[in-house]
Design a protein around this ligand. Structure first.
Ligand SMILES: Cc1cc2nc3c(=O)[nH]c(=O)nc-3n(C[C@H](O)[C@H](O)[C@H](O)COP(=O)(O)OP(=O)(O)OC[C@H]3O[C@@H](n4cnc5c(N)ncnc54)[C@H](O)[C@@H]3O)c2cc1C
Length: 333
């Protein structure tokens, strides 16, 4: 089957108005597409979106040497482009500032649209699935996605404290998590626990006898995650270590088997583009990832990305669901 033709009047449906879905909508409109619809069960910003957060880390390292692997080249291509967006694009520029990083060293058939819960079918010539960790519920990704949760907790600062810690570099401890300056509006200091992550394993309805991770929303974090966050604060900002959390939640993103993004036309559904697999690095891409997703829709994704971000279920055969995938810890919780 060949994909339907594409022109500025084609109807394009984006499923998921999170980080990547909104970025895709922006880039579609900028390229002149006139019939774009975005669906999400939650008002934007969705309370379950991984990208709905007070702040995120943007990191970019230029690669050195001729023998750099394809995945690193693809990731650097995305982050270089995103950095350009954060520093030049008038929509994103006001929300970016460079603070630096302090790294602690003491520890180591085809798709014709989508049906919504009210039973309305939203038909489209082209559909883009960008529902983050929720995408795996809508399509069989052949084990390429593992919804994984990390924990967020917020401490209330005073306006004076917030001012004092303005421009605080990202403080990152590989075992206990990270935090950065408080957000300007609410004066919340966010602590994100960088443990390997939590999954909720259930029987996989598509594969008898197999399990899969199934995300759920919760504005709470496990006690052990709170203990780790407080330990980190005791090491870094002891005067804040016992202050109550004013907000906490688990936050889901989807890990691919190699933690490279997954942006491709579906092999069996030619009208469907999948744009998923943020793998813990998708928020920093917001200014430009939508441009790459529209490139995939237009069939002109650049070669540095095309092979790395392709539909690749062969990498997920016999996938070890508990693998930390190079994050700290022995196995996923
Ligand atoms: C705690 C935490 C900290 C992180 N820190 C960073 C960081 O510092 N830097 C960084 O670059 N990345 C970070 N990430 C990763 C980053 O947030 C994600 O990779 C990125 O937000 C993924 O974007 P997305 O659009 O795929 O998913 P999301 O932003 O999660 O958006 C998914 C959207 O799909 C919607 N949706 C869900 N189900 C359905 C459905 N059935 N139908 C329609 N819509 C649906 C949701 O409501 C949501 O709006 C972090 C992630 C977490 C969890």
């Amino acid at each position: 089957m060949t994909p339907p033709s594409l022109n500025e009047s084609s109807s394009i449906l984006i499923v998921g108005a999170g980080t990547w879905g909104c970025s895709t909508a922006l880039h579609l409109v900028r390229r002149g597409y006139k019939n774009v619809t975005v669906l999400d069960p939650y008002p934007v910003p969705s309370s379950i979106a991984a990208g709905n957060d007070v702040n995120k880390i943007m990191e970019h390292k230029e690669l050195k040497g001729p023998n750099t692997d394809a995945r690193s080249i693809a990731f650097a291509t995305c982050t270089r482009s995103a950095l350009g967006g954060w520093t030049n694009d008038p929509i994103f520029k006001p929300y970016f500032h460079g603070t630096g990083l302090i790294l602690s060293v003491y520890e180591a058939g085809d798709v014709i649209g989508a049906r919504t819960a009210d039973d309305v079918v939203h038909r489209a010539d082209h559909t883009i699935l960008a529902a983050g960790a929720g995408s795996d519920r809508l399509l069989d990704f052949k084990k390429q996605l593992r919804p994984t949760a990390w924990t967020l907790s917020h401490i209330q600062m005073t306006a004076e404290e917030s001012q004092l810690y303005r421009n605080l570099p990202v403080l990152f401890n590989v075992a206990k998590g990270f935090f950065m300056e408080p957000d300007e509006d609410e004066h919340h200091l966010k602590i994100c626990d960088e443990h390997p992550g939590y999954c909720k394993f259930i029987q996989d309805p598509n594969n008898a006898g197999e399990m899969k991770s199934s995300p759920f929303a919760k504005e709470q974090i496990p006690l052990e995650a709170e203990a780790r966050a407080r330990e980190f604060l005791r090491d870094t900002m002891p005067h804040l270590a016992e202050r109550p959390f004013v907000f906490a939640r688990i936050c889901w993103d989807a890990d691919t088997p190699d933690r490279a993004f997954l942006i491709d036309r579906h092999p069996d559904h030619p009208s469907l583009i999948v744009a998923v697999g943020g793998s813990g690095n998708g928020a920093m891409q917001m200014p430009t990832i939508g441009g790459f997703i529209v490139d995939a829709l237009e069939g002109k994704l650049q070669k540095e990305l095309k092979d790395v971000v392709r539909w690749r279920p062969e990498l997920a055969v016999n996938r070890d669901w508990k693998s930390t995938q190079n994050r700290f810890g022995d196995q996923i919780n």
